[in-house]
Design a protein around this ligand. Structure first.
Ligand SMILES: [Zn+2]
Length: 292
C-alpha cells in the first residue's frame, strides 16, 4: 500500500496520449520539435498548429518528422531540426530536465518523442548485415529487407535502490534502533553530493540480482528482502529506472575510490531534499523519510 500511494502521485503518459492511433489528419496537430535534443516551447506550450510553416520552420530545416500518436485527440508528431537550422525566430529550446518543472505531462511525452527520434537515427542501417533498413508499416520497428533483422526502440533498464539498516548502536529517544539509508558519492556526479546506489542491468540477470551485484560492487555489502518500489522512464538518453527498496544484511562499507568516492549511512534528518521531483530518486528518498 505504501508503494502504491507513492506512485499515485505521478501522472501517466497515457492520461491524454494514445500511442498506436492511426493518423487522423486533424486540422491542428501537436509538434514536439527538437533542436540539439532541446524541446521547442512557445509560451511554455507544445505548438498546436496546422503545419510547421505556420511557425516559420521551412521544409529544408526538418531532418525527421515522425507520427507519434494522438495527444488530446489531435495528431502528434516528433520533429528533429537539421544541424544547420538557424533559429531566426529566436525560439526557446528547453532542456528536457527543465521541461519537467514547466509541465510534467509535456515532459513525459517529449521523453518518448526524443527516443523515437534517436531510434530513427540509430537504426538507419541493419546492425547485422549493414543494409539500409525500412520502417515497418505494422509496428514501431526498422526492418532489414536483406536479412529480416528487426530493430525496435532500445530501452536500457537500470536499478536504483534504497538500502535500509536498523542501526542498533544508534538508539532514538524511545530506545529503538534508528533507521538509516546508505548513500554514496559517485565520481561522475559534479553537482549531487550523495546519491542512492544505481546501475544498469547486465544481460542475463534479474532485477534482484542486479540490485545485489551493484551494491556488492559499489559499496561491498550484502542485502536482503529486495522489494519493487516503482519504475520511471528516464530519457537521458534511453533508460528505464527500476526503483527498489532492500535491507542491509551484512558486511562493512568498502568503496573502490574510483567510481565511488565515499559511502555512508544517513539518518532521515541528515538527507537534504532533492532539488527537483523529476527522478525516482526523489520519490525513494521521500518514501524513506515518510515511512521508516
Ligand atoms: Zn540485415
Amino acid at each position: 500500500m505504501r508503494n502504491e500511494r507513492n506512485l499515485k502521485e505521478s501522472i501517466s503518459i497515457y492520461d491524454n496520449y494514445e500511442i498506436d492511433s492511426p493518423i487522423k489528419n486533424t486540422e491542428d496537430k501537436y509538434y514536439f520539435i527538437f533542436y540539439e535534443r532541446k524541446l521547442l516551447l512557445i509560451d511554455n506550450k507544445i505548438p498546436l498548429i496546422k503545419d510547421l510553416s505556420e511557425i516559420n520552420i521551412p521544409k529544408e530545416d526538418i531532418k525527421n518528422n515522425i507520427h507519434l500518436g494522438e495527444f488530446y485527440s489531435k495528431d502528434a508528431y516528433t520533429v528533429e531540426l537539421a544541424e544547420d537550422y538557424e533559429n531566426k525566430q529566436d525560439y526557446d529550446f528547453i532542456d528536457l530536465y527543465e521541461v519537467f518543472d514547466i509541465d510534467e505531462e509535456t515532459y513525459l511525452i517529449a521523453g518518448r518523442a526524443i527516443q523515437i527520434i534517436d531510434w530513427e537515427n540509430n537504426h538507419q542501417f541493419c546492425g547485422r548485415c549493414g543494409a539500409k533498413t525500412v520502417t515497418s508499416d505494422i509496428e514501431r520497428a526498422k526492418v532489414c529487407p536483406e536479412c529480416g533483422f528487426t530493430s525496435f526502440t532500445r530501452i536500457c533498464p537500470a536499478i536504483i535502490t534504497t538500502i535500509i539498516k536498523k542501526d542498533t548502536e544508534d538508539l532514538d529517544a524511545e530506545g529503538k534502533p534508528t533507521n538509516k539509508v546508505l548513500m554514496a558519492k559517485h565520481s561522475y556526479h559534479q553537482t549531487i553530493r550523495y546519491s542512492l546506489i544505481a546501475g544498469f542491468l547486465e544481460a542475463g540477470e534479474s532485477i534482484e540480482e542486479a540490485v545485489k551485484r551493484e551494491i556488492k560492487e559499489e559499496v561491498g555489502i550484502e542485502v536482503e528482502d529486495i522489494e519493487y518500489f516503482g519504475s520511471q522512464s528516464w530519457p537521458f538518453p534511453n533508460s528505464l529506472m527500476i526503483g527498489c527498496i532492500c535491507k542491509y544484511k551484512s558486511g562493512e562499507i568498502n568503496v573502490d575510490g574510483n567510481e565511488i568516492l565515499d559511502a555512508k549511512w544517513f539518518k532521515k534528518e541528515e538527507i537534504e531534499n532533492p532539488p527537483s521531483d523529476i527522478s525516482i530518486f526523489s520519490k525513494l528518498i521521500k518514501n524513506f523519510k515518510e515511512n521508516y
